[in-house]
Write a protein that binds this ligand. Structure first.
Ligand code: ADP
Length: 404
């Protein structure tokens, strides 16, 4: 087992109430171990740990991120040698908000940790957890490079017309209010894989990516550079999500405050955690939504229709922004697995050169694949995302570029 760990990158994704981790070989993409700690800070915490020789589950309270992460590192140590001698070559940290500061994989030092902490105003649930992840991992693995890969980075150079909100410019500047975009690692990875699948250079392609998971976002990528994306200052803007509303008239917020008497924290909770599919239908998981639709729930059917309507609205916008598209790509748990959403999002677009092949679309697989009909001008692809691998590769590349 120790031999298998040697040469891996440890990828850490410290979320608001969970930590995901993976030990992966950056070159071969072989995953040696992965797991999840969830419900941190709640009485019923849970740790799931998969490794090449088995699977472990632990239930019980996990008081905070610091102790959760120490448990992860202990479990990895339990696989063989002491952590520092196991041969891990780098730690890749998924970091959510890089603000205006970070736009590429970054070697983590004290100043970077402080800068990520300072950006917490823009991502109050995520950046503080990211900071703890960096602090603990650096204490436990002090002798190898730690690399931050930012969810916002890929979108850093989008055109100003796409990143600027039409509000008072002084207030916008003072408070960093602009559109940043998220899921960037996935949009970047999936668009690269799409170009490779087509045997083309990404620089020659216009691509629209729909990343549809619990969170969901779309991007328009021209020649490898994103020109627009659906998430904004925070990951609340854009598509309909499991529990988030996506685009909404900001007047709703004022109305909820003035007429319903809700304060800002309650509105935050409502729009981030009790809206989207869950708000409209009672469930946030797409499979559960489809079961409700099949059982005849009108609320669930409407939620599905709103979800698809929003996808089509973004598709139309991005087709025009790009001035034509070579490939539409679906990824994320819903995008990879749900044929109905893909069919309905692209239905009736033959005049725009987009024709889905019903049989290819309905065929289940977990591989990269084409689902457009043979005569379709636009390629329609399903590309499984792998943010951990992308982070591991970025961390490994940066680590290898350092002077020894
Ligand atoms: P996250 O954003 O948390 O990484 P995922 O990308 O794993 O989320 O996507 C989770 C979503 O994918 C859930 O709504 C889940 O129901 C949906 N999903 C996963 N598998 C399937 C499937 N076979 N059919 C339909 N939806 C699926």
């Amino acid at each position: 087992m120790t031999a298998a760990i040697a040469g891996t990158v440890l990828v850490l994704n410290s979320g608001s109430s969970s930590i995901k981790f993976q030990l992966v070989h950056p070159e071969t993409a072989e995953s040696v171990a992965h797991g999840l700690i969830e419900r941190i800070g709640e009485p019923e915490g849970r740790i799931v740990f998969h490794h090449t020789t088995g699977f472990e589950e632990h239930l019980g309270a996990i008081t905070d991120h610091r102790s959760g992460l120490r448990m992860v590192l202990d479990m990895i140590e339990g696989l063989g040698r002491p952590l520092r001698e196991a041969g891990i070559v780098a730690v890749g940290h998924r970091l959510v908000h890089g603000g205006e500061v970070f736009h590429e994989p970054t070697l983590i030092d004290d100043a970077v940790v402080q800068a990520v902490a300072d950006l917490s105003v823009l991502a109050p649930l995520h950046n503080p957890a990211n900071v703890i992840g960096m602090e603990v991992a650096r204490e436990e693995l002090p002798d190898i490079p730690h690399v931050g890969v930012f969810d916002t980075a890929f979108f850093h150079d989008m055109p100003a017309a796409a990143t600027t909100y039409a509000i008072d410019r002084d207030i916008a500047r003072e408070h960093g209010i602009r559109r940043y975009g998220f899921h960037g690692t996935s949009h970047d990875y999936v668009s690269q894989r799409a170009a490779a699948f087509l045997g083309r250079d990404r620089a020659d392609l216009n691509i629209i990516v729909f990343h549809l998971g619990n969170g969901a976002s779309a991007s328009a990528i021209a020649g490898g550079r994103p020109i627009d994306t659906s998430m904004g200052l925070t990951p609340l803007e854009g598509l309909v999500m499991g529990t988030r509303c996506g685009d909404i008239d900001p007047g709703v917020v004022m109305h909820l405050n003035r007429s319903a008497g809700l304060r800002v924290d309650a509105i935050d909770d409502l729009l981030n955690r009790r809206s989207g599919l869950k708000g409209m239908s009672g469930v946030n998981d797409f499979r559960a939504l489809l079961r409700l639709v099949a059982d005849g729930s009108e609320d669930a059917k409407l939620a599905y229709d709103v979800y698809v309507h929003r996808l089509r609205r973004y598709l139309g916008a991005y087709l025009v922004e790009l001035g034509g598209v070579d490939a539409v790509v679906f990824t994320g748990g819903v995008g990879e697995n749900n044929a109905d959403v893909r069919r309905d999002a692209l239905a009736g677009l033959g005049r725009l050169g987009i024709v889905v092949d019903p049989e290819a679309n309905a065929t289940r697989a977990d591989t990269e694949r084409r689902i457009s009909a043979p005569g379709s001008e636009v390629e329609v692809l399903v590309i499984p995302t792998d943010e951990e691998l992308a982070i591991a590769r970025a961390a490994d590349a940066l680590a290898k570029s350092l002077p020894r």
